[in-house]
Write a protein that binds this ligand. Structure first.
Ligand SMILES: Cc1ncc(COP(=O)(O)O)c(C=O)c1O
Length: 455
């Protein structure tokens, strides 16, 4: 069945009984019932949906409800779920053996495709975005012979010890562990600074410049909602690093191959004429399977084992099934796909703005390429969200109300006010119409619930 054959109104299931039952079982054997915390709905409350099938722009849950999916597996599914050509390529690859532990053709071809799209000479494939950023930071340290890493508050780079750092007090402070189990020593060489703030970055380099191995940033932040770099900010980071002998690491795990064929760099660096020293990739390049990578300048990448003395390895790195899925996805992701993603993103943003404005709900909708999110803030006080401090002004209670009203109406939003929304090229006009039908009720629910503050 294609999405156009499906009814426009959602076949509603009043029950979440089956999901609740499965969650109760899952909680017995999996901590919190989930294998990644945000799936547990802790910040919005309610019953996480157990998904049993996905197709095009839709998720189907264990109670028989269908949802228009605006999470897309947190980014990878730019072609929609179960794209027939990806499924077929994967089925063929599986029949040829699932893992070799040797060099193989799909990993080579995926590396060629990445190098062709991105400003990197070489790429090393790994299995998760966390592994990619962890390895890129190790390589930057090995290459420069320095230890310190600068990251931005509100940017997430996976659960790497040294990058799970929270800002201390003051402007250029050494990071504090943001999670139990991260030794203070692991974040002692991490400096956490505010996003989009050139003055603090310069101050940080003035204080620690000759000890800084790299600055790592999301190419555009999607992990505090959609917060784009201000024009020229990434170029400024690249230049400042160069002036101080540090490396600039652009994390495109979320933006890469999604916001353009060359990621966010395709929207800024490609036009401004600069390139990061190292980049990290994930999500889309795995086509829904665990594949990720990091790449960059040839002279830097040459420091990796087996050529150099920076050790990095992986039993399933470059796995033939994952790389086949990623390669097939990227080959299908041409200009028409990116045009559709942009169009769908713009359409949903204006529908959200119209519905909330009509209901008199103060808000700001922001985008970074085709990533976008809504912040329930007063647009007079905070017309633009520039950094994590601004993000924290949002009314998360209003988001909760909005999220659940949309879910009830068959639209699956990210279950947190701190996440960006993701679209796919399979979001057709039928799916968009379902979102349009859901929004006025959700906006009215937010207006009726009123404001209860930020915590
Ligand atoms: C920008 C960014 N970097 C790194 C990661 C970590 O990737 P993974 O979850 O595959 O380990 C994420 C995950 O969301 C991300 O958004």
């Amino acid at each position: 069945m294609t999405s156009t054959d499906l009814p426009t109104s959602r076949p509603t299931s009043v029950s979440t009984a089956r999901s609740a039952e499965l969650m109760a079982r899952a909680q017995q054997v999996i901590p919190g019932g989930v294998n990644s915390p945000v799936r547990a709905f802790h910040s919005v409350g309610g019953t996480p949906r157990f998904v049993v099938r996905a197709d095009g722009p839709y998720l189907y849950d264990a109670d028989g409800a269908r949802y228009v999916d605006l999470v897309c597996s947190w980014g990878p599914m730019i072609l929609g779920h179960a794209h027939p050509q990806v499924v077929e390529a994967v089925q063929r690859a599986v029949a040829a053996g699932t893992s070799y532990g040797t060099p193989s053709v799909p990993e080579l071809e995926l590396a060629v495709e990445i190098v062709e799209r991105m400003p990197v000479d070489q790429v090393r494939l790994v299995s998760s975005g966390t592994e990619a950023t962890m390895s890129a930071v190790r390589l930057a340290r090995g290459f420069t012979g320095r230890d310190m890493v600068v990251k931005f508050a509100g940017c997430y780079h996976g659960h790497v010890d040294s990058l799970l750092a929270a800002a201390g007090s003051g402007v250029a402070t050494l990071g504090l562990p943001a999670s139990a189990g991260v030794p203070a020593g692991s974040t002692a060489a991490t400096l956490v600074v505010p996003y989009n703030d050139r003055a603090v970055l310069l101050e940080t380099f003035a204080a620690y410049g000759d000890q800084i191995a790299c600055v790592i940033t999301e190419a555009a932040s999607g992990n505090m909602g959609a917060v784009a770099p201000e024009p020229g900010f990434n170029e400024f980071l690249a230049r400042t690093c160069r002036e101080h002998g540090a490396l600039f690491v652009s994390d495109e795990v979320m933006t890469g191959f999604r916001v353009s064929r060359s990621g966010y760099w395709g929207l800024d660096g490609a036009h401004e004429g600069w390139a990061p020293d190292l980049m990290t990739f994930g999500k889309v390049m795995g086509g829904g399977f665990p594949a990720a990578g990091f790449g960059g300048r040839r002279d830097v990448m040459a420091h990796l084992a087996p050529l150099g003395n920076v050790y990095q390895a992986g039993t399933l790195s470059g796995n033939p099934i994952a790389t086949t899925a990623g390669l097939t996805t990227l080959r299908l992701a041409g200009d028409a796909v990116y045009a559709r993603l942009d169009q769908v993103a713009l359409t949903i943003q204006s529908m959200v703005t119209d519905a909330l404005s009509a209901a008199g709900v103060p808000h700001v909708v922001q985008s970074a390429g085709n990533l976008f999110s809504v912040f329930f803030v007063d647009p007079i006080e905070t017309p633009v969200i520039r950094n994590f401090d601004d993000v924290q002004r949002q009314d998360v209670h209003q988001f909760r109300t909005f999220f659940h009203a949309m879910l009830e109406a068959g639209v699956y939003l990210p279950p947190s006010a701190y996440e960006t929304w993701f679209v796919s090229a399979a979001h057709d006009d039928v799916a968009l119409e379902q979102i349009a039908q859901a929004l006025p009720g959700a906006a009215a629910a937010v207006a009726a619930a009123g404001s209860r503050g930020t915590v």
